[in-house]
Design a binder for this molecule. Sequence first.
Ligand SMILES: Nc1ncnc2c1ncn2[C@@H]1O[C@H](COP(=O)(O)OP(=O)(O)OP(=O)(O)O)[C@@H](O)[C@H]1O
Length: 233
Amino acid sequence: MTSLAARQVAIPGRLEPTNLDVRAGELVALVGPNGGGKTSLLRALARIEGAAGVVAIDGEDLDQAPIARRRRLLSFLPASRDVTWPIAARDVIALGLDRRDDCRIDELISLLELERMADRPVNRLSTGERARILLARAMVGNPQVLLLDEPLSNLDPYWVIHIIEVLENIARSGQSVLVAVHDLAQLSHFSRALLIADGKVQMDEAPASLTASERFEEVFRIRPANGGWTIKR
Ligand SMILES: Nc1ncnc2c1ncn2[C@@H]1O[C@H](COP(=O)(O)OP(=O)(O)OP(=O)(O)O)[C@@H](O)[C@H]1O
């Protein structure tokens, strides 16, 4: 069943009109060169910046949904880890909920091993620690669709693996997860990958066939070499 249905979503000059359907339980990667339009697509789907078009989740038009309902339908994790407020990390997680639910917040604190930092001011945590707190905020409301902009950046290898497992579990539970990533080695964990460049979805395929394509090499200006990648000259 389609969970997210986007029709003609666009941001002038940054994202061409785009249609996208994502099923419940899909874990979708967004890849593409810097400036290609990954963040713009995620922001357009999250209905930030007055993007054009229509986004419906389980048939409900996001633009018509009251704020509380929207939070049940979708959450968006920005790529920026900047948080300047000196508030406790657990209170930042609570911002993802309409009504405070300490049991649910504690669940996330335990899942993401945040116990030691939960009561510290979030602006005094390291970048990777803040990344986990902000991810917890995006997850805490259990929305039907999660839009995550580079959630794996700034994380050490343990946390990259752990959070990929968390995202796989979220998808398995029936939520839809769209994730902007840069590390091509992470693509194998996704069921589907969108290649985004020049403000347009250029390809929409299984990750293995995407990375094996000529279009992929052209767009990224790289080619396979020695089990990895090298610059295509
Ligand atoms: N606030 C903005 N106002 C105007 N143009 C913007 C704005 N933010 C981004 N852009 C432009 O929109 C285009 C797409 O940017 P976007 O941030 O969506 O790319 P991206 O694929 O997420 O890139 P990256 O991998 O570098 O994060 C780029 O040309 C960028 O310069």
